[in-house]
Design a protein around this ligand. Structure first.
Ligand SMILES: C[S@@+](CC[C@H](N)C(=O)[O-])C[C@H]1O[C@@H](n2cnc3c(N)ncnc32)[C@H](O)[C@@H]1O
Length: 208
């Protein structure tokens, strides 16, 4: 398992939870983990939906003494792979939680949360509750980072059935509202299959 072939096997077996056509590239990993890596102090990071660990490797490579990374993955085969091939170099600085982000017990107060979930294929109430939970687990100056495949939403609006179009409009509005309510930035990563936006959201700084 691991790499492209293992990922494809899991996609075919778990379409409703893996939701990608290939693992993300190192270029997307670099863009999506940037705010977490740039944070300072004894950092606490959370990664949700690591899959084969493309983002995890990048985060582990940036761990300093005193930092800690929680990783939450639902799929037991991905967890097995992470335990065997990705996490050993990190010792006790990384904790893998096998289960759903909706259920695992986490303390919150994170400097950086990197979300690799295919949230826009989840039912709308599930996406809303997961993203709200992640936002609530951020520190005041923390950042939630996730990715969206570029143009996929527009494509769904053209070729999707009625339900797909409705859900896709809902996700577009939900993300727009989050970007309005929070400080946001995004970076287009062309070297990914398909190209993707890395989106970063932080609680708005108070004006006082
Ligand atoms: C689109 S893949 C992304 C994998 C990797 N981050 C990447 O970009 O290559 C989504 C990952 O989220 C995991 N996942 C889906 N639902 C989840 C949930 N509720 N809690 C935790 N992980 C979940 C899947 O098993 C899969 O590993």
């Amino acid at each position: 398992m691991g790499g492209f072939q293992g990922f494809i096997t899991e996609i075919l077996a778990n379409r409703s939870t893996v939701g990608a056509i290939a693992p993300s590239t190192p270029m997307l990993a670099k863009a999506i983990t940037k705010p977490a890596r740039d944070s300072i102090g004894h950092r606490r990071w959370l990664e949700v939906g690591p899959g084969t660990g493309v983002f995890t490797r990048r985060l582990i490579g940036a761990l300093h003494e005193g930092d800690h990374l929680d990783v939450v993955e639902l799929n037991s085969r991905f967890c097995k792979h992470l335990r065997k091939s990705v996490l050993p170099v990190s010792g006790s600085q990384v904790t893998l939680h096998e289960g759903s982000i909706e259920e695992v017990n986490l303390q919150g107060g994170y400097d950086g949360i990197v979300c690799g979930l295919p949230y826009n294929i989840f039912p709308t109430h599930v996406s809303r509750s997961i993203i709200r939970r992640l936002v609530s687990m951020l520190k005041e100056d923390g950042t939630l980072s996730f990715f969206e495949y570029a143009a996929i939403r527009n494509l769904r609006q053209v070729v999707g059935n009625k339900d797909m179009k409705r859900v896709s409009r809902w996700h577009a509005r939900f993300v727009e509202r989050l970007q309005d309510d929070m400080d946001s930035s995004r970076e287009l990563v062309l070297m990914n299959l398909p190209p993707a936006w890395a989106v970063h959201l932080s609680p708005k700084k108070s004006m006082s």
